[in-house]
Design a protein around this ligand. Sequence first.
Ligand SMILES: Cc1cc2nc3c(=O)[nH]c(=O)nc-3n(C[C@H](O)[C@H](O)[C@H](O)COP(=O)(O)O)c2cc1C
Length: 205
Amino acid sequence: MPHTFQNLIETRVTTGHFDATRSIDDSAIRTMLRLATQAPSAFNLQNWHFIAVCTAEAKEQLCTLSFGQPQVKEAAVTFIVCGQLDGYRHLHETLQPSVEAALIPATLQERWSAMVNDLHRDNPQLQRDEAFRSASLAAMILMLAAQDQGFASGALSGFDATGVTETFGLGDHLVPVMLVTVGHPSGQPRPGKARKPIDAVLEYR
Ligand SMILES: Cc1cc2nc3c(=O)[nH]c(=O)nc-3n(C[C@H](O)[C@H](O)[C@H](O)COP(=O)(O)O)c2cc1C
């Protein structure tokens, strides 16, 4: 039965255990990434980058850097979802396909490129905030895309960011925002956890 959007959201839960014997092929990974990168981003910066950790050796390293959380190596793939800090420098070329497809005018490409450069160039806090916003929006779609394909998933921020940066060679311009595990679930899915009532989190002004 096809998922409805509501059903997809309501059945997604964080999965702690995966069937470690089953892999996910490249085409499924690409489909999830194609959907995840439909996420919006400020100026269409697309200031994200994904490392699909699939080999046993790399998973072992990442598991150790995640304080031994076993799902990181049991999952068929654990994505290191990164934010790109210097996306502002590349906005002109990032927008070029939209200009060529006549989706935006070249004048907007020029205006946004200048504007983002002015805003971000000397503002590392904004570079980081925007990197986290963009990567987080993409990560959420990634988990829903995984769910839609019949996989289970989980987000993790429990990892050593410095260690991940060093071990996976992220360099100065990528920041690891979160890990997203994706794989075949093992065992029965558990029910979703309770959420705060809407009245506790919503206010009107
Ligand atoms: C940013 C973020 C970081 C998280 N980090 C971890 C983690 O390090 N380890 C873990 O087991 N779960 C982690 N979780 C999962 C949360 O505990 C889980 O999303 C929350 O309890 C709600 O449960 P649900 O996702 O099943 O609805 C994380 C979730 C998010 C969104």
